[in-house]
Design a protein around this ligand. Structure first.
Ligand code: G6P
Length: 611
């Protein structure tokens, strides 16, 4: 949710910032801008993607070795040139970029209006930069001090980075609730919302914590808390390769990430699945095993695709561990005075580990004494820091806005967690436990097989790309898969799609069915299969356009439709991990054939750091 990039050092700042903003574009892409110091501060901003800013600035003299840049996902004020960041203070002394939301901006704005301040944008950011400016002017203090004073009054979430005309060699940055990482080079520093723009310059980074302020020159990094006390920066080595964040010959990141799944699933299993000793090794689970196996209830908190992984986990954990599970939308959980009892365990699922709704929800549950267990992809992310324990999904950086490989990795990790708890609790037989270990172990090869021939998916995509609406149906373990398939299609193709439990469909959505409506059944062989076939009959009788994901070799559905996608046979608990892959590809091919930007769908952002 908004990408931030700043540089101070010996290089030309603009090319570094521009390249970095392109890497961070997944965080928001409705407008972008840069500010640099060349005698005075110069700000350039443009509505649209970073490429439009680049075109706008083509041929301009942008010489400066210090600068800040921003790519925006609009909150306050429509996407436009004037609402794009950076924002200047009325005095013209400071320019600022911001990721987050200043919740009490309205009262601060009133104070500033009464003092004669004027605003050119609708943003909360412009209020904050002028608030800092006002403190600076009236207290004749340093910018660092003014920022400290201002932030003590600010309610909300932020990363801010400021450029100061009177100190043209220094950047000032601060964070609360949104991510900021500083890359340490030789005589240069890089500030960014994540490590992806930094990796090609240095592997040494410092993650800034909440309520910390950084004062950065080319050869100096000072960290302080808001009480003006110095903090020793904790320098870490990045464990990330450049190839992980480049397209590597694929047309889109989304396709690359779909095709990475045999490897990401393998990485997720590696070192954990111990077939030889018939065990699962997961340090995070083992460290909390008593609380986990004696949990009265597991509450899963997540948003979007991660919520769908949580729903699948509900089915798996209840089946294997016999522990009641509730799956909550983080944004709803937080605000409805939820009951969290002693003995409840919270699972927080998040690819980015930064989703504000999830973060505040688990902070609330933590205050009420619950154990917080994170299932996260990004190491060191905000949710990782507030969790008591957890398990990483090891899917690597996911750049495509629509989540694919992170989802399958979440399912794999959650299945392993459930199996480990069940083994310790003895709620699963040894034979069943071992059987599922082998099923997990076979996954990478089966995924490879699905990806080796996508012709049936491409031909269904070609036939349905002009549909106005889609229905996705599944039962049991395949119900969350239907929801995820529908979400993927909405995100990527802008076609309205609904996911529904296959049997519940007759209580309403069946009214939508006619010969123009594609109805996709996730109908692999499982305990519900015959019932699902009956539901397909019901759609067939009403002339819906049936599409089915079936188990290889299953001929029972050929009588209803030619639009069949076969996946390798798998245990019903494991099957969703395979079944979702054709649905990811279907959305991808439909999105591409509609000429859409599948990596950066309209209005979305990958990491939503506002509530
Ligand atoms: C955003 C993204 C979704 C994602 C959701 C949760 O809405 O567009 O793709 O599923 O956030 O993200 P998280 O990082 O917490 O898994």
């Amino acid at each position: 949710m908004c990408g931030i990039l700043a540089y101070v050092g010996h290089r030309e700042a603009y090319p570094v910032i521009l390249k970095g903003l392109k890497r961070l574009e997944y965080r928001g892409y409705d407008s972008s801008g840069v500010a640099m110091i060349h005698d005075s501060i110069k700000v350039y901003k443009k509505k649209g993607k970073v490429a439009e800013l680049e075109e706008f600035l083509m041929g301009k003299e942008l010489k400066s070795t210090i600068g800040i840049g921003h790519t925006r996902w609009a909150t306050h004020g429509e996407p436009s040139d004037r609402n794009a960041h950076p924002h200047m203070s009325n005095s013209g002394r400071i320019a600022m970029i911001h990721n987050g939301i200043i919740e009490n901006y309205a009262s601060i704005k009133q104070d500033l209006l009464s003092k004669g301040y004027k605003f050119n944008s609708d943003t909360d950011t412009e209020i904050l930069v002028n608030f800092i400016d006002d403190i600076l002017i009236h207290n004749s203090c340093s910018l660092e001090e003014a920022v400290r004073v201002a932030l003590k009054r600010v309610v909300g979430a932020y990363v801010i980075v400021l450029l100061d005309e009177e100190n043209p060699d220094t950047l000032i940055a601060a964070r609360k609730g949104s991510p900021l990482v500083i890359g340490i080079g030789k005589g240069e520093h890089f500030l960014a919302s994540d490590a992806s723009p930094i990796i090609e310059y240095t592997k040494e980074v410092v993650y800034i914590n909440d309520y910390e302020l950084a004062i950065i020159k080319s050869d100096e990094l000072i960290l302080k808390n808001l009480g003006n006390e110095k903090i020793t920066p904790f320098v870490q080595q990045l464990d990330l390769e450049l190839s992980a964040i480049e397209k590597g010959g694929f047309d889109h990141f989304m396709l690359k990430e779909i095709y990475e799944q045999p490897k990401t699933i393998y990485d997720c299993l590696r070192g954990r699945l111990d077939i030889a000793h018939e065990d699962i090794i997961m340090g995070g689970v083992e460290s909390q095993i008593d609380k986990l196996k004696h949990a009265n209830r597991i509450i899963i908190i997540a948003c979007g695709t991660s919520w769908h992984a949580g729903l699948a986990a509900e089915y798996i954990i209840e089946e294997l561990c016999r522990i009641p599970v509730e799956v909550e939308y983080a944004s709803e959980f937080r605000y409805r005075n939820p009951i969290v009892n002693k003995g409840d365990v919270i699972f927080a699922i998040s690819q980015s580990g930064e989703t504000a709704d999830t973060l505040v929800a688990i902070e609330r549950a933590k205050e009420q004494g619950a154990l917080i267990f994170g299932v996260l992809n990004v190491v060191g992310s905000s949710i990782a820091r507030v969790s008591h324990a957890g398990a990483y999904t090891h899917a690597g950086p996911e750049i495509g806005v629509a989540s694919t490989k992170a989802f399958t990795a979440q399912l794999v990790v959650l299945t392993m967690i459930a199996l480990k708890i069940a083994k310790e609790k003895q709620s699963v037989s040894h034979d069943r436990f071992v059987e599922l270990l082998h099923e997990l172990n076979a996954l990478p090869e089966k995924v490879e097989k699905i990806l080796s021939d996508v012709s049936s998916i491409q031909s269904i995509a070609a036939k349905t790309a002009n549909a106005n609406s889609f229905l996705y149906l599944g039962r049991g373990y395949n119900f969350p898969v239907a929801l995820e398939g529908a979400l993927k299609l909405k995100e990527i193709s802008y076609i309205h799609a609904e996911g529904y439990p296959a049997a519940e469909m007759k209580h309403g959505p069946i009214a939508l069915v006619d010969e123009s409506l594609p109805v996709l059944f996730v109908a692999t062989r499982d305990a519900y299969h015959e019932k699902v076939v009956s539901n397909m009959q019901e759609i067939n009788a009403r002339k819906g356009k049936l599409i089915a994901v079936v188990t290889e070799g299953d001929k029972t559905l050929a009588a209803f439709t030619k639009d069949i996608i076969a996946v390798p046979a798998a245990d019903e608990i494991i099957a969703p991990i395979l079944n979702v892959i054709p649905l990811q590809l279907l959305s991808y091919y439909i999105g591409v054939s509609r000429g859409l930007d599948v990596d950066r769908p309209r209005n979305l952002a990958k990491s939503v750091t506002v509530e």
